[in-house]
Design a protein around this ligand. Structure first.
Ligand SMILES: NC(=O)c1ccc[n+]([C@@H]2O[C@H](COP(=O)([O-])OP(=O)(O)OC[C@H]3O[C@@H](n4cnc5c(N)ncnc54)[C@H](O)[C@@H]3O)[C@@H](O)[C@H]2O)c1
Ligand SMILES: O=C(O)C(=O)C[C@@H](O)[C@H](O)[C@H](O)COP(=O)(O)O
Ligand SMILES: [Zn+2]
Length: 380
């Protein structure tokens, strides 16, 4: 796959996720939120939506959305959750569903997720469960959600046993990406999203990774054309994989590059903001490449390049410490046993033969895994 070219003056762009009668469009453009009512209207089964957002996004962008819905004559209710990963919980899920029922949502009501991946995953799962399933629309407002979580229909919540262990595949009816919303996002969150952008290059698009090595700093600094191009390239890559393997029977698991390690780090750090998902993925991708190099599958120079680029833009590349203490290697490895990619007791790893050459394997010597995790922890 080649990177989409950057053109700041271009009109909204449409990508299609091809899934038969569950196909949908991804619209990408500046200022789309202001026209959200008009853009959503064609996919609504009744002129009524139920918006889910978080406190931060509500303060910044909910007014624009509700004004746009009013202008299109679309009735709306809103439910506002606390920001952050801790809201992807049974407790918030229950409160949200009760609010939807109290508002007398009907089967033809559409749920609108306005926010980052936390809002999208939670609201999407609630939409999958409400009245046994209602439609939903993704309006992602973080870089991470614009390049990854809003596309593909993975929805869910975290559990005491690990990340995203309860959820549903439930595709949105539309994804509306207003690139202007990134203007209010802070640098740490932007960088976390950038890690998932880099992931697409590392999986199967070495030219994209090279381009990010060159232009990543400008993208992060606010270059609109670079952002738009990276969002389009990322969404196109994700749409293609999802269309091939919607329910992760095989190839889709490549999108989990860095996540087996990353989810273990997130679980160990708790979901209170010590480590963001994208930060965990950055560290996890470094560990996946280090493990690949340790197993002589991948040139050590490629692993070094991955680490160098992520570090150069300001992402973490070693696990954090918790209250000054290093994380525990055995506990991290134990978390990996509850990865969704475990089959017959064995974890499926996403490793790489080089940059842009990711592959799946269940054949990883436990000693090599342990040495990689121990080395990462020791460097923290
Ligand atoms: N479903 C999937 O395919 C998929 C893919 C990747 C990640 N995820 C999930 O996504 C979640 C992470 O998503 P995230 O990184 O978007 O985090 P998030 O939803 O917690 O958003 C990050 C923070 O940014 C704030 N925010 C959102 N939009 C803003 C804006 N425009 N301006 C200012 N602040 C804004 C939020 O209030 C929040 O505090 C994780 O739970 C991860 O597991 C899911
Ligand atoms: O869409 C996918 O497939 C992905 O793997 C995207 C990941 O970035 C995302 O974090 C996903 O939630 C992880 O997969 P999970 O099945 O372990 O939840
Ligand atoms: Zn992810």
């Amino acid at each position: 796959m080649t990177a989409v070219s950057a053109d700041p003056s271009a009109a909204p762009e449409t990508l299609r996720v091809d899934l038969g009668d569950r196909s949908y469009d991804i619209l990408v453009g500046a200022g789309l939120l202001g026209g959200a009512g008009r853009l959503m209207a064609p996919v609504l089964r009744q002129k009524r939506v139920f918006i889910v957002t978080d406190e931060t996004v509500a303060g910044l962008h909910l007014g624009t959305l509700t004004a746009a819905l009013d202008a299109a004559g679309i009735r709306h209710d809103a439910y506002i959750i606390a920001p952050g990963e801790a809201s992807k919980s049974y407790a918030t899920f229950e409160r949200l569903l009760n609010a939807m029922l109290e508002a007398r949502c009907e089967r033809a009501t559409t749920v609108v997720a306005l926010g980052g991946g936390v809002v999208g995953d939670l609201a999407g799962f609630a939409a999958a469960a409400l009245l046994r399933g209602v439609d939903f629309v993704q309006v992602p407002t973080t870089l991470l959600s614009q390049v990854d979580s809003s596309v593909g229909g993975k929805t869910g919540i975290n559990t005491p046993f690990g990340k995203n262990l309860v959820g549903a595949f439930h595709q949105p009816r539309l994804v509306l990406i207003d690139t202007d919303t990134l203007g209010t996002l802070d640098r740490r969150e932007l960088l976390a999203g950038y890690a998932e952008v880099v992931k697409y290059g590392l999986i199967d698009d070495p030219a994209f990774f090279e381009r990010l090595e060159r232009d990543g700093t400008a993208l992060i600094a606010g270059d609109e054309a670079q952002r738009r191009a990276a969002i389009l390239t990322s969404c196109a890559a994700k749409a293609r994989v999802v269309a091939e393997d919607e329910r992760e029977g095989g190839r889709r698991a490549l999108l989990n590059l860095g996540h087996t390690f990353g989810h273990a780090l997130e679980a160990e750090c708790g979901y209170g903001g010590t480590l963001l998902h994208g930060e965990a993925v950055a560290i996890g991708m470094v560990m996946a490449f280090d493990l690949s190099a340790r197993l002589d599958l991948c040139p050590a120079e490629d692993a070094a390049r991955v680490r160098a680029h992520l570090a150069a833009v300001g992402l973490p590349v070693t696990p954090p410490r918790l209250e000054g203490a290093r994380l525990d290697t055995d506990r991290l490895i134990a978390h990996m046993a509850s990865d969704k990619k475990v089959a017959e007791g064995k974890v499926t790893f996403v490793l790489a033969r080089g940059i842009g050459q990711a592959f799946l394997t269940r054949d990883v010597a436990p000693e090599a895994l342990r040495a990689t995790v121990a080395e990462a922890v020791a460097a923290s």
